[in-house]
Design a protein around this ligand. Structure first.
Ligand code: CU
Length: 472
């Protein structure tokens, strides 16, 4: 069984090749206490045994030479100190997705820092105040840089983590590969993708490979961390055969765990933490069912037995920490964010840098989406909040496409869908909004600085779905 995500023909042609890049300085020794993290060209065996005869491994851009990048891990209350070194031929940066972080460390060029030039470096140094499953990726030319392989996971361990036997991380991605197994680079920046559902891949990987086998002993208690690092694909992971319970979304514990009877819906950037007990005598798989086909994401063969197990709490009793402040809805300031544009969207014109432009003129500049009539609200802030003020945002998706709205520096509470109490109520940093759907969220704006609010379908972000706000 393969992990091809669709049978449709991939676009031909590789476009301009990526030439080797010479590092000006091999002497960038890590400063004391800083862990180096280098972005550079690399190769990855994404196709594994499905590689066409004579095909080479896929040329990628990677952190420390691996896809996904190295797992960064620390405990709640520690600091993360990373010296990012850019050995690419493009400017880059590192954004720490979901972390309630010092604003200056958020990794957004043009807003919180200068871009890191080729050959340059940037020291990220911040407190990890809250536990959870997070990830990191560039925040410049994200649609290309993330798709070429620049992403990795950051785990912040709880002070007292729930007792498990195994902690299994699955980093789920899709890639658009040409028949020779190389990235279809000609389609970066493709406006058709940007105006539709984004640049979807045709090959699924988990942890940089196809269908990894993770042997588990019968009886083992497993914490399963799922991270969707794809540019635009929404995965639906069927964890029901595992008998799993979902305990956290986007790093934030739920009020109470919920059984994964329905597939776990993971939009771009979203994460989920689940627990399950490996049964005896049955190999299991975690399948993606988002395409209508059942595609194996990962296999869990039974490998032996555990010894006598100590008595343990039931899975549903396992809880993960909740840390975001409760929004004060009575005093909340209410903002509507109207999402507009895209194919079949009916957007006639929108403002770009203060100038009203027709959609075809916007499209010539690579923009096809708007928020509240503005393309890229970067200069013109959506709102300025007093520190501690509760902001209630109604995302109104007046488009024909789903969007994954991501808030920087804070978690918001999902409250309503189409005006009714949301079945998925809880704190998260990224929320899916379906076509023509309204989603109400609220959060306490308690983290000072200038922050972004954007669609995490990276082609949508690049084509206009960005906004900014300030917490004074
Ligand atoms: Cu979007």
């Amino acid at each position: 069984m393969s992990t091809w995500l669709s049978r449709r023909a991939v676009l031909a042609g590789l476009g301009a090749g990526v030439s080797a890049c010479v590092l000006p300085s091999a002497a960038r020794a890590a400063a004391a206490g800083f862990r180096p993290l280098k972005a550079a060209l690399a190769t990855a065996d994404l196709l594994g045994s499905a590689k066409p005869d004579g095909a080479r491994e896929t040329a990628v851009w990677a952190y420390d030479g691996s896809v996904p990048g190295p797992l960064l891990r620390a405990r709640t209350g520690e600091r993360l100190r990373v010296r990012f070194e850019n050995a690419l031929e493009q400017e880059s940066s590192v954004h720490w997705h979901g972390i309630r972080i010092d604003n200056a460390m958020d990794g957004v060029p043009g807003m919180t820092q200068q871009p890191v030039p080729p050959g340059g470096a940037f020291d990220y140094d911040f407190a990890l105040a809250h536990p959870g499953t997070y990830w990191y990726h560039p925040h410049i030319r994200s649609a290309e840089q993330v798709a070429r392989g620049l992403h990795g996971v950051l785990i912040v361990d709880e002070t007292e983590p729930p007792q498990v036997d195994r902690d299994v991380l699955l980093v789920i991605d899709d890639w658009r590969l040409a028949p020779d197994g190389q990235l279809d680079a000609a389609s970066f920046g493709n406006l058709h993708d940007a105006a539709h559902g984004g640049r979807l891949g045709n090959w699924m990987t988990v942890n940089g490979t196809s269908q990894p086998e993770i042997g588990l002993r019968a009886g083992e208690r497993v914490r399963l961390r799922l991270v969707n690092v794809a540019n635009a694909r929404i995965f639906e992971l069927d964890a029901a055969p595992l008998g799993a319970w979902v305990a956290a979304l986007d790093g934030h514990g739920l009020n109470r765990s919920v059984p994964a009877t329905d597939p776990v819906l993971l939009g771009p950037g979203q994460r989920a933490d689940l627990f399950f007990d490996m049964p005896a005598g049955a190999d299991l798989t975690l399948d993606d069912v988002s395409t209508g086909e059942r595609i194996v994401a990962a296999r869990f063969p039974v490998q032996g037995q555990t010894g006598d197990l100590p008595p343990r709490p039931p899975l549903e009793a396992l809880a993960l920490p909740r840390f975001a402040p409760e929004p004060d809805l009575a005093s909340a300031r209410r903002i509507e964010l109207l999402m507009q544009g895209g194919a079949m969207g009916g957007l006639a014109s929108a403002k770009l840098d203060g100038e009203e432009l027709a959609l075809r003129d916007l499209a010539q500049k690579g923009f096809v989406w708007a928020f509240n009539g503005n393309v890229g609200h970067m200069h013109d802030r959506l709102f300025e909040a007093r520190r501690g003020e509760t902001m209630a945002i109604e995302f109104v998706n007046d488009t024909s496409w789903p969007h994954a709205m991501h808030l920087h520096g804070h978690h918001f509470k999902v409250l309503t869908r189409d005006g009714k109490p949301a079945p998925d109520a809880g704190f998260r940093d990224t929320v899916l909004t379906g076509p023509q759907q309204r989603v109400g969220v609220a959060f306490v704006a308690d983290n000072p600085g200038d922050w972004m609010l954007h669609c995490h379908m990276l082609e949508h972000q690049g084509a206009g779905m960005t906004a900014s706000f300030r917490v004074a």
